[in-house]
Design a protein around this ligand. Structure first.
Ligand code: ZN
Length: 205
């Protein structure tokens, strides 16, 4: 189960979305209306904590297809490197690939809201999504994976500190994320057909 604060943190710091995009994301993919979010002063202050206008410098307009992607990819990597501030996690999970959250093959765009610069291991996990053809399931999966990456990290670093074994900690970290991601995919897989494309209840309010 995701917590609001966690989700907002992830959307700001991992996905580099601005405040309006965070509100749109929450109302589009989770079962809550926009007014509820905008009227909640505490939530909105959390959302603004992760809002930086400079994130928009030199970002491409929406484009579709593989032809444009090389150009977009370079810009997105630069953008992400400039603003993504997760050095500790990068030590275990260096960023390697740019992933289309909603795949091009199903109609996903090259816009940065549909991209994430991510570690190769995490990337392969995303492509194991059994509901990859549904846009909302792809977004739920990326939110969940970012949340796991974030949550499990503290646990693994404490293990590393205790044992001073970087290799073991890194292996354990990946194993935990994989196991928990598969639990999440079982949840997606078990969704009744009528709920698959609908906003998810998968958040605690
Ligand atoms: Zn991909």
């Amino acid at each position: 189960m995701l917590e609001w604060d966690e989700l907002i943190y992830i959307l700001g710091n991992y996905r580099l979305l601005n405040s309006d995009e965070i509100v749109t994301h929450i109302t589009k993919y989770y079962n809550v209306n926009e007014e509820t979010v905008r009227n909640d002063k505490r939530l909105m202050s959390k959302i603004y904590e992760h809002d930086f206008e400079t994130r928009y410098i030199n970002l491409p307009e929406t484009s579709y297809g593989r032809e444009d992607f090389d150009k977009v990819r370079r810009k997105y990597v630069k953008f992400s490197d400039t603003y993504y501030d997760m050095c500790e996690i990068s030590e275990f999970m260096p960023k390697e690939d740019v992933h289309h959250i909603y795949p091009i093959v199903y109609g996903g765009s090259n816009h940065y809201k549909n991209l994430i610069y991510i570690n190769g291991f995490l990337h392969s996990l995303l492509h194991e999504n059994p509901r990859e053809e549904y846009e909302n399931c792809c977004h739920l999966a990326i939110d969940h994976l970012c949340m796991l990456t974030h949550n499990q990290f503290e646990l693994v670093t404490s293990l590393q500190d205790a044992n001073n074994d970087h290799f073991m900690a890194s292996k354990l970290y990946k194993q935990r994320i994989k196991t928990k991601m598969w639990e999440f995919y079982s949840f997606l897989n078990a969704l009744p057909k009528s709920d698959i494309g609908e906003p998810s209840q998968y958040i605690s309010i």
